[in-house]
Design a protein around this ligand. Structure first.
Ligand SMILES: Cc1cc2nc3c(=O)[nH]c(=O)nc-3n(C[C@H](O)[C@H](O)[C@H](O)COP(=O)(O)O)c2cc1C
Length: 169
C-alpha cells in the first residue's frame, strides 16, 4: 500500500471483528512504534500488550471513552519513562511520535486502532498503574485498541490552506 493511502485512510476504528491478531503482527507494529524519532534518541517508551479478557473488561471503568477494548482482541498501553533521561521534558512528544507510528503501521497491516488519551488525566493514569502493576515512575500515556476493523477505513483529505503560512504568518 502506498504511504499516502496509509496516511489518508488511517481512521479511528471503534468496532472490530472477533478475529485475533497474532503475536508476529503485534511485534511488527511495535517495531514501527519504536522506530519513531525521540529527543536525543532517548526512546523513553514502554508498551504493555493486553490480551486477557478480564483485564480488558476492567478498562472502561478507568477510561470511559475506551470501550472498544471490549471488542478488540489486543490493547496496547503506550507508557513514558522519562526518569534519568537527558531530555525528560520531551517524553510526551516522543511517546506521541511512537503512538502515531503504531497507528500507521497497523493501518498498513489492515488493522484498526484508535488513540485513547490517558496522560495527563490523573484518574486514568492511576487506574492503569493499578490495573497493570505499572511502577510509580512510569507514565501511562495512551491506550491503543488493535483489531480487525468491522467498519471501513474512509479516506479523508484534511488539507487546510488557511493553516499554511508562507515564510511569515
Ligand atoms: C490525544 C488523543 C486522545 C484521544 N482520545 C480518544 C478517546 O479517548 N476515545 C476515542 O474514541 N477517541 C480518541 N481519540 C481519537 C480522536 O477522536 C480522532 O483521532 C479524531 O476524531 C479524528 O478522527 P480519525 O482518527 O478517524 O482521523 C483521541 C485522539 C488523540 C490524538
Amino acid at each position: 500500500m502506498e504511504f499516502s493511502e496509509v496516511v489518508s485512510t488511517r481512521r479511528s476504528i471503534r468496532a472490530y471483528t472477533d478475529q485475533d491478531v497474532d503475536a508476529a503482527t503485534v511485534e511488527r507494529v511495535l517495531r514501527a512504534a519504536m522506530s519513531a524519532p525521540s529527543a536525543g534518541n532517548q526512546q523513553p517508551w514502554h508498551f504493555v500488550v493486553i490480551r486477557d479478557r478480564q483485564r480488558r473488561e476492567a478498562i472502561p471503568a478507568i477510561h470511559p471513552y475506551a470501550r472498544m477494548v471490549l471488542q478488540a482482541p489486543v490493547a496496547i498501553l503506550v507508557c513514558g519513562d522519562p526518569e534519568g533521561r537527558k531530555y525528560p521534558q520531551y517524553w510526551q512528544q516522543d511517546c506521541s511520535a511512537a503512538t502515531q507510528n503504531l497507528l500507521l503501521a497497523a493501518r498498513a497491516e489492515g488493522l484498526g486502532t484508535v488513540w485513547c488519551g490517558v496522560y495527563p488525566n490523573e484518574e486514568r493514569v492511576a487506574g492503569f498503574r493499578r490495573l497493570l502493576t505499572i511502577p510509580a515512575h512510569i507514565l501511562p500515556f495512551a491506550l491503543v485498541p488493535l483489531g480487525w476493523p468491522a467498519t471501513p477505513f474512509k479516506s479523508e483529505d484534511r488539507y487546510n490552506a488557511l493553516a499554511v503560512h508562507e515564510e511569515t504568518w
